[in-house]
Design a protein. Structure first.
Length: 610
């Protein structure tokens, strides 16, 4: 396979590049550890949200981007690139803080009034992909000496950087495995200093970041090895394409017999269709490579690539139909706007790849131009989504308010909590507007519900604190009817329970569960089987101890949560208690339990309906 050689062209020696990259990695580790320490103790700069969030983004992304560019671009272009990144990261972080997208970083669902405000996780996550692609475009342009580089250069740079990242992450993981073994060895001698040091952020963060910088430099200096690994990976991916094409084609051919209703009933069809299309695109490009291997590709793979390129269009149409169906029913939400953005990008691929597949003389040659165009389109979409231009929260709130004002949604159907929880600053402003609503016969009710929604804490910012007994009683519906929950259950501080985030949300937040009081251990005192009404939530079996505290005994299999017949039978009391399959031993008054080997269990919901 023909390839483009990537050479350093800045005139900097290898020793100087290595020293600069390692120093940059060390400084990044120190900066991140200091920011972590400030957030942990809530001291400056963590107390200043408009300063702390931009510093976090810059400490995360500026050093790696500088190291990846070092030696490949001129000093002038590197300075312009870093300056542009600083302005971009600052603007994105400040807008994220302004709109209310940042979150307090005290843990999962844990927020307090005195916590550092980090950039929103979605911004941090998607910035990685955006900066990766932007760096590939910049570096390729610099290497070719023109604004739009050749496709072969784009291909070479993108895969080189991707494999560098993969192996750098692998290097860090192996390093920590070795450090873990080392700490275990010292613990054999009752020396805990090594383990204690590794557990400290001031040690762990610099080690991780410095090791990552070392790995990036080592892989950068071995281009031949990178190229060999890339070739092997692409060959393996290419031979997966026929299987993926056959599966997708069979799925599409099955639709006329099954109908689309079954597909839409899953409520996640759009995400799965988009993901399947992305898999096909990746595999097609693994076969296409740098547009110079057409003669080297086996005939079955060539045919599969052409067919897969044609299958993208029906996948796009199905996904568009799913999104349009939900928008007509419920209007735009943040998730649906994000899905629409993905479909805009996917339409570029589907139409371009379909056009390339229809050209008989050239085997998918047009894919190269489609990929370059799609890269710029991806960056434009990403920038629009994380700016006021196409902020999903802003667009979703506008559409929901429009539907409500036009009477398409009644007061009972309108989700005031959605504006508070998902609408960020725009949703809260909309609720403020609704508190002054004076249109229609239900204006008083609208004002009351908007005011009530504003009084509640957003789901993303609910302090984990003990729920009042009255609110907990409202969350939980008790079965059999006429029976009440024990007073100790309502007074329990569920936030203090280990792994409280695994409990059903009704014990911590405003949500709904069904509680079944059943004597599972035959001690004459009922336990509480708590089952959340939302399928994505959890179930738990709770027992009261002698001291009056409640502890977790077990839970239902997650697959039973989506079985309506199970809830109906439990509520009707149509069940019986079975003795355990294995008994425990008792020796000298001591109970010795036999831990049963987990057995595969099937969830036959249909059998419960009989």
């Amino acid at each position: 396979m023909r390839h483009v050689e990537i050479h350093h062209n800045s005139g900097m020696s290898a020793t100087m590049r290595a020293a600069t990259r390692l120093l940059c990695g060390l400084l990044q580790g120190i900066a991140l550890s200091l920011l972590y320490r400030a957030a942990e103790r809530y001291v400056w700069p963590a107390t200043e949200a408009t300063l702390f969030a931009p510093l976090v983004l810059m400490a995360l992304y500026l050093p790696p981007m500088f190291n990846a560019s070092l030696g490949y671009v001129s000093v002038r272009r590197l300075a312009l690139w870093m300056s542009g990144l600083i302005v971009l990261l600052l603007a994105l972080a400040l807008y994220d803080i302004w709109r209310g997208g940042a979150y307090h970083g005290n843990g999962f669902f844990v927020l307090t009034h005195s916590a550092a405000r980090f950039p929103a996780p979605g911004l941090v996550f998607f910035l990685f992909f955006g900066l990766f692609l932007a760096h590939v475009l910049l570096l390729s342009s610099s290497l070719d000496g023109r604004r739009i580089a050749s496709y072969a250069t784009y291909f070479e740079v993108a895969w080189k950087l991707l494999i560098q990242l993969m192996f750098s992450v692998f290097f860090v993981l192996v390093l920590w495995l070795v450090l873990g073994v080392g700490s275990a060895l010292f613990m054999l001698l009752k020396l805990s200093f090594f383990e204690q040091a590794l557990e400290q952020a001031w040690c762990a963060i610099p080690i991780t970041v410095f090791a990552f910088s070392c790995a990036m430099h080592l892989t950068d200096s071995r281009p031949a090895i990178i190229r060999a690994i890339r070739s092997l990976l692409l060959v393996l991916l290419a031979w997966i394409l026929p299987a993926a094409t056959l599966i997708v084609a069979s799925f599409l051919l099955s639709l006329p017999w099954t109908g689309l209703e079954v597909l839409w009933a899953t409520r996640h069809a759009t995400a799965l269709l988009i993901f399947s299309a992305i898999v096909l695109i990746v595999l097609i490009n693994a076969v296409f490579q740098n547009a110079a291997v057409a003669g080297e590709v086996a005939a079955p793979i060539r045919l599969s690539a052409r067919l897969a390129a044609l299958l993208l269009l029906p996948m796009l149409i199905l996904a568009l139909d799913a999104v349009c169906l939900r928008v007509q029913q419920y209007g735009w939400s943040q998730d649906r706007i994000a899905a629409a953005a993905c479909l805009i990008l996917l339409s570029c691929y589907a139409c371009g790849y379909g056009w390339a597949a229809c050209q008989r003389r050239n085997w998918l040659t047009a894919i190269a131009r489609v990929n370059v165009l799609s890269a710029f389109l991806f960056l434009a979409i990403l920038l629009a989504l994380f700016s006021p231009l196409a902020d999903p929260a802003r667009l979703a709130v506008y559409d929901q308010m429009r539907r409500f004002a036009k009477g398409e949604v009644s007061v009972e159907q309108f989700d005031f909590d959605y504006l508070r929880d998902e609408g960020a600053r725009y949703g809260r402003d909309a609720l403020e507007e609704l508190t002054r609503w004076s249109i229609g016969p239900d204006a008083v009710l609208v004002r009351q519900r908007a005011a009530l929604a504003l009084q509640k804490q957003p789901r993303q910012a609910v302090p984990i604190q003990k729920m009042p007994a009255s609110e907990l009683a409202e969350n939980v519906h008790v079965w059999p009817q006429g029976v009440a929950l024990p007073a100790s259950f309502l007074q329990q501080d569920w936030t203090a329970m280990p792994s409280s985030w695994r409990l059903p949300r009704c014990l911590l937040f405003t949500a709904h569960c069904d509680a079944y009081l059943i004597d599972f251990n035959r001690d004459g005192k009922p336990e509480v089987l708590l089952i959340a009404r939302e399928r994505a939530d959890a179930s738990v079996l709770l027992q009261e101890t002698v001291e009056g505290h409640w502890q977790k005994l077990g839970q239902l299999l997650p697959t039973w949560m989506a079985c309506p017949a199970l809830h109906q039978k439990l509520q009707a009391g149509e069940f019986s208690m079975l003795l355990p399959a294995l008994s425990d031993l008792e020796i000298s008054g001591q109970r010795i339990s036999i831990e049963r080997t987990p057995q595969p269990q099937s969830t036959n919901c249909a059998a419960l309906s009989k």
